[in-house]
Design a protein around this ligand. Structure first.
Ligand code: FAD
Length: 359
């Protein structure tokens, strides 16, 4: 979250703080954030909620910060071995991790909740979601996380920029560009979106005003109201090529176009890192790469509004691999309708299911 701390959330504190969080904060003498209707930005969410939670005595000693999990498997077993047997459920998980100093070590666990999100795995910019020719070679020259444009405007001003993507992240960047570009001579932005008739994910009678405002601003920009910022719909990236330190991009779709820019912002969505649990028995949805049970429910409900999604309970979250759960944003895979409060409920459901029965 610190990687997008300048972005204002469209959910208010009332949706971002669970009852359990508020209870634990109060019992430690800390007040949870007050104004239920206020939508914090990422940095406020961290400083006013996540950091105080991380400092709770129940949690503080149990965090291994700066530790990266490289893979999770079952000790002594491969993916295809021991399907549904006691041997499988009784073998501990073997976790390979990289500690802050770079040392790679192993650990064991009897239960794993994989809540590693999706923000670290951006989708490719190329047509069909595969990296376009030249995309790998550009590496870090393609910006794939939401840049803090206001803070770093000196770096981007007077340049030519290609913005890719149609979802909330691309819309957020476009809204910032719409404020900054007109007052910045020499800055030109082409915003290319795949669909020829983008809907901007608008929800009729959206109960979240900031989300509605974002869709409204995308429509306003697309209508050509911002000098220096042009929206080109129905276009997708065919290839990238570096040319004299600049980036030549071929686009195709409703038309063929070639443009040369200084920077590419590719905000084409994010997906789960499925390689982490490659050796575990995880039944993934072919459409979303989310766990099959939950994904089937979500696709069946086809909920357009993330506020309408019911709580499906722990059984829908279970996987063929015993005691391994995919929770949080990762549990939705490519489906971008996830909200934090859904994750809080998932964690609660799993924790309650594993609570020892009272005598
Ligand atoms: C710009 C933006 C705005 C959003 N606005 C809202 C909003 O208004 N309301 C809302 O409810 N939701 C919003 N979301 C969705 C939001 O990201 C999620 O609801 C929430 O952050 C998901 O929490 P998470 O813990 O599942 O995943 P994340 O917050 O993505 O956390 C995953 C964590 O796992 C870590 N990790 C990843 N891989 C590994 C590994 N291999 N080993 C160890 N750690 C790892 C990551 O570093 C990260 O800290 C927004 C998302 C974005 C990107």
């Amino acid at each position: 979250m610190t990687r997008w701390d300048h972005v204002r959330l469209f959910t208010p504190w009332s949706m971002n703080v669970s009852e359990r969080m508020a209870r634990h904060l109060r019992s430690a003498g800390k007040e949870p954030p007050k104004d239920p209707d206020y939508c914090p930005d990422g940095s406020e969410l961290v400083s006013e909620l996540l950091q105080p939670l991380a400092e709770l005595p129940e949690l503080a000693g149990n965090l291994a910060l700066g530790t990266h999990v490289l893979g999770v498997a079952r000790e002594g077993l491969l993916k295809h071995q021991e399907i549904g047997t006691a041997r499988r459920s009784e073998s501990p998980f073997r976790i390979v991790l990289r500690r802050p100093g770079g040392e790679v070590a192993t650990a064991t666990a009897t239960m794993v909740l994989d809540c590693t999100g999706t923000y670290g795995m951006p989708n490719a910019a190329g047509d069909g979601g595969v990296p376009a020719p030249g995309e790998h070679e550009l590496g870090g020259q393609i910006v794939r996380e939401l840049p803090n444009l206001r803070r770093d405007w000196d770096h981007w001003a007077s340049q030519e920029i290609l913005l890719l993507g149609e979802g909330k992240s691309a819309q957020t960047v476009a809204r910032d560009l719409a404020e900054l570009v007109p007052g910045s001579p020499g800055t030109h932005v082409v915003w290319a979106v795949r669909r020829s008739d983008p809907t901007w994910g608008e929800i009729s009678n959206d109960p979240l005003p900031l989300r509605q405002a974002l869709a409204d601003s995308a429509k306003w920009i697309a209508a050509g109201n911002v000098p220096g910022l042009t929206v080109q719909s129905g276009l997708t990236v065919d290839s990238f090529q570096v040319s004299n330190g600049r980036i030549r991009v071929r686009l195709h779709g409703t038309a063929q176009r070639e443009i040369t820019v200084d920077h590419v912002f590719s905000l084409t969505g994010y997906g789960p890192d499925t390689a982490l649990y490659r050796e575990l028995q995880v039944h993934e949805c072919y459409a979303t790469a989310a766990p099959m049970g939950l994904s089937a429910q979500l696709l069946g409900d086809a909920a357009g509004n993330c506020l309408d999604q019911p709580n499906y309970g722990v059984d829908v979250l279970r996987l063929p691999e015993p005691d391994f759960f995919l929770l949080g944003a990762k549990s939705y895979g490519r489906n971008s309708q996830f909200l934090m409060r859904i994750g809080y409920q998932q964690v609660s459901d799993v924790a309650c299911a594993y609570e020892p029965a009272s005598p």
